[in-house]
Design a protein around this ligand. Structure first.
Ligand SMILES: [Fe+2]
Ligand SMILES: [Fe+2]
Length: 181
């Protein structure tokens, strides 16, 4: 994989759209582990789509699934806590100056760990109820809402300052306090 351009679909089933992004995260994480890849290029694409995806889930997907009673408040809040933890790990990754250092490798390993945990849990506890309890028409509508916010964040771009601000907000909201939850 040498092209790190981020796909910009305009419609689809929200479950499939989210899974497509999860696969993209995994392939970009693999690129960041590979010393023969353009690790800095992969990191930029990874940060942009990861933040756009997480914000779109929090602003559109989690609240709408809550309103449809597909997920409960605990699941939505737990998802937000994990996004905060991922953003914290992403911040450390973005703060690495070089990509051929032990610090970079350690930061990649940490992001892999917290993100893989979240993807597994989100697919089991949020996407499965969306599959089972939300109609196809509603999943399409949710897909459009998800893509709209995702696209706005991709247009705005993601810098280390963007991620730092998200981590600060998460601290202020108490999302990063229950490390053992
Ligand atoms: Fe997700
Ligand atoms: Fe998520």
């Amino acid at each position: 994989m040498t092209d790190y351009s981020i796909p910009r679909p305009v419609s689809g089933d929200v479950v499939e759209l989210i899974l497509d992004d999860h696969r993209l995260f995994e392939s970009l994480m693999r690129e960041m582990r590979d010393s023969s890849s353009d690790r800095a290029g992969a990191r930029d694409a990874f940060a942009a789509v990861l933040v756009a995806h997480g914000e779109a889930e929090e602003q559109q997907v989690y609240p709408r699934l809550r309103r449809k009673d597909a997920i409960d408040e605990h699941e939505a809040e737990h998802g937000e806590e994990e996004h905060a933890e991922i953003n914290q790990a992403l911040l450390e990754l973005l703060e690495c100056k070089g990509t051929d250092t032990q610090k970079f490798d350690d930061a990649v390993e940490k992001v892999n760990e917290v993100l893989q945990h979240h993807l597994t849990e989100e697919e089991l506890t949020i996407l499965n109820p969306a599959r089972d309890e939300v109609s196809e028409a509603d999943r399409q509508a949710l897909g459009s809402a998800f893509l709209k916010v995702r696209g706005e964040h991709l247009d705005a771009g993601v810098t280390v300052e963007t991620v730092r601000a998200l981590v600060q907000d998460a601290h202020a909201e108490g999302l990063l306090e229950d490390e053992d939850d």
